[in-house]
Design a protein around this ligand. Sequence first.
Ligand SMILES: [Zn+2]
Ligand SMILES: [Zn+2]
Length: 425
Amino acid sequence: MSQKYTVPRGTKDILPSEIPFWHYIESSSRSLFGLYNYQEIRTPIFEHTELFERGIGDATDIVEKEMYTFTDKGNRRLTLRPEGTAPLVRAYVQNSIYAKSKVAKLYYCGPMFRYERPQSGRYRQFHQIGVECLGNALPIADAEVIAMGVHLFDELGLSGLSVTINSVGCAVCRPVIEERLKQFIGMNLENLCEDCNRRFDSRPLRILDCKNVTCKTYMTGLPDIRNSLCHECTDHFNYVVGYIDNLGIRFQINPQLVRGLDYYTRTTFEIVSDQLGAQNALCGGGRYDGLVSQLGGPATPAVGFAFGIERAVMILQELSDYHQKVNPLIYMAPVGFDQVAKCFLLVDRIRRAGYRVELEAGKTDLKSHLKQADKLDARLVLIYGETEAEQGNILVRRMTDRTQESVDFDAVLEFLLAEFGPGHG
Ligand SMILES: [Zn+2]
Ligand SMILES: [Zn+2]
């Protein structure tokens, strides 16, 4: 027997059975972002390594441990993108998008790569959808981005949504926050992990984000970093919280929420659902007012979020009411070869109206048609045999409760409209 090949560790095939969920999430995101006047941007899968070292921060887990970096035949140091914000900002600067309008609202969707320990729902090639609003420093921009995230997960059918929110300060008050943290953490430094010790001097905020269980135990009683925020940051935070509260969005403040990237300033947030475990965020994001200038562009405030599609798919697969949102399958069953042409005509009409139909012309007896319809998980079977042809009817069978009724051949579309609502096509 010849060699069998498998996917590399930490990657997976997305099989046809899972694809409807992917399409559902992607198309819901696209149309919802459109309502907020966002536009898509597509950047290369790989970039110069320095972009991520500089953009994400060299004291982060991503840059220190997780990047897929290689040298190409021209001796360039390149990295498969581990996240979408730095490439988007690179494109924003390189193409002078800032010169075209004061505010740019952009989203991206695609694969990202991180060398992480594979576990349930976490892959080395994973997919993210993210939005970035560039050029707006006002707290309403943070609030709109948060509201858009909540709106999206609402639309996808998740309930019990709320926002966890924090502020990590700005260039003015960050040093004060870091000093306070160092005072607190310094007492226990020898008990913390190697990473935390290394990051203590240059990036003390990173320690709040350490995944080490022992390190986490030393974070209880941590001073609320919001007490060290400057006046402007406090105002900004209060406005953001006020705006989302006004929309009726539930939120809780978590002073330890710093997120694993160096570029955040002021707002950091996560969206959670009480349908999932407590610490399981659906998506995360924040403000990053320094990143654009750090990557060579003009000083530009920005705020955004991203979420993983794999996790969203896993969640939707567990939710039963999701299935009501998919375009249901209709199965066309010609009984006898003579009826195929007329059935072909009918399915053409139905598909043009936006419904999903399978025409099975290889079978001619009702029993094997119904067996096949069951196998395909069809919701409705349209039966057309000699009797129906004579009477100008179609026999419609609902697979959920096995009820049947006769419908005029020319009134099938009206019937589908009443049964399923307008077609999706
Ligand atoms: Zn500040
Ligand atoms: Zn640690």
